[in-house]
Write a protein that binds this ligand. Structure first.
Ligand SMILES: Cc1cc2nc3c(=O)[nH]c(=O)nc-3n(C[C@H](O)[C@H](O)[C@H](O)COP(=O)(O)O)c2cc1C
Length: 322
């Protein structure tokens, strides 16, 4: 047991959180992280192998996944909450997730967006849901603004992160201390943290929790294909390719689809490139197609040598941070 503002806020034993990741979370995985004393987060398409056909279909599937988590653990967990983007104030998928949270009495969300959407925050807070906000392209200015809106905690993500990276190439080591020295609410560090050493560094910069995606994909309980997990174990940090995507930047192991996307983007053909990196995301990450898919993970993957259990990942970090 380790007490700080993050463990108190979320009701968890250790301030170690597995990231919301599209396709590569599931009830079994989330429960494994929560049962290990951290907190699991259901991401988009959790436990699925096909895209939902509508907001209602998505809500039904999410409900089933949440109920499975509850059957597997009595510990806290969270759900990814996507604020409407591009200046929109409403989104049918966000509305559907909101209704599910209330019906299923979910207490914690990891909210993401280009900025905090006040209408969303207000209704979540009205129902006593804890809101941890992760800005997709964090800067000091944006996170100071986010704090003012009343979110409970911030996740500060550096450019080393897996998934869609920020518009700005600011590393975790550069960004986290700039935020912790300014804001008063607790900060969770993300991006390139794969073990106790990284967690120690994050805590020494004033963070009170770690949020880890890539490390948790290469675990026994994660639904990603074994081929994807092996690719993470085998990749060297210098091998990745990277390009500007529709949503920030994307880094991928140089699969055929990844190389093709890079080539098309260099030619200015973003729409065609999306077919490779956008549609390749699920088939790479979940299905393990290392030719037609993309494997978009942290550059820190070079340091991941073994597929572990979630318990082993959490235990090693707990040992380091004491
Ligand atoms: C394959 C993959 C998919 C992701 N999808 C999402 C997502 O759907 N929603 C989200 O909030 N973050 C998503 N992320 C970002 C993570 O939540 C987190 O910020 C990131 O993994 C942290 O960096 P790390 O991978 O270096 O630990 C994704 C990350 C990965 C690796």
């Amino acid at each position: 047991m380790m007490k700080n503002r993050i463990t108190e806020l979320l009701g968890i034993e250790y301030p170690i959180i597995s990231a919301a990741m599209t396709w590569v979370t599931s009830a079994e995985f989330v429960a494994a992280v929560s049962n290990a004393g951290g907190m699991g987060v259901l991401g988009p398409n959790a436990g699925q192998s096909e895209k939902a056909t509508s907001a209602e279909d998505m809500a039904d599937r999410l409900t089933k996944e949440i109920r499975k988590v509850k059957a597997l653990t009595d510990k806290p967990f969270a759900v990814n909450y996507i604020f409407p983007m591009g200046g929109a104030t409403e989104d049918p998928f966000t509305n559907a997730v909101f209704d599910v949270l209330l019906r299923e009495n979910v207490k914690n969300v990891i909210a993401i967006g280009q900025q905090v959407v006040e209408r969303e925050l207000k209704r979540l807070k009205e129902h006593d849901i804890k809101v941890v906000y992760r800005d997709l392209s964090p800067t000091v200015e944006k996170l100071v603004e986010a704090e003012k809106t009343g979110v409970d905690a911030l996740i500060v993500t550096g450019y080393e992160a897996g998934g869609h990276m920020s518009d700005y190439k600011i590393s975790t080591l550069s960004l986290v201390p700039q935020i912790t020295s300014i804001v008063k609410i607790p900060v969770i560090a993300a991006g390139g943290i794969i073990d106790g050493q990284g967690a120690k560094a994050a805590f020494s910069m004033g963070a009170e929790g770690v949020y880890m995606g890539t490390r948790f994909i290469a675990t026994k309980e994660n639904p990603a294909s074994i081929e994807t997990k092996k690719a993470i174990v085998n990749v060297k940090s210098e091998e990745f390719i990277e390009f500007k995507s529709g949503m920030g930047h994307l880094r991928t192991i140089p699969t055929e689809a990844g190389k093709k996307a890079l080539e098309l983007i260099n030619q200015g053909n973003h729409a065609e490139a999306y077919k490779y990196y956008g549609e390749g995301f699920k088939i790479g990450m979940l299905d393990g197609d290392l030719i037609n898919g993309t494997i978009s993970v942290s550059e820190a993957a070079g340091g991941i040598q073994h597929i572990l259990t979630c318990q082993e990942v959490v235990d090693e970090i707990v040992k380091s941070i004491g």
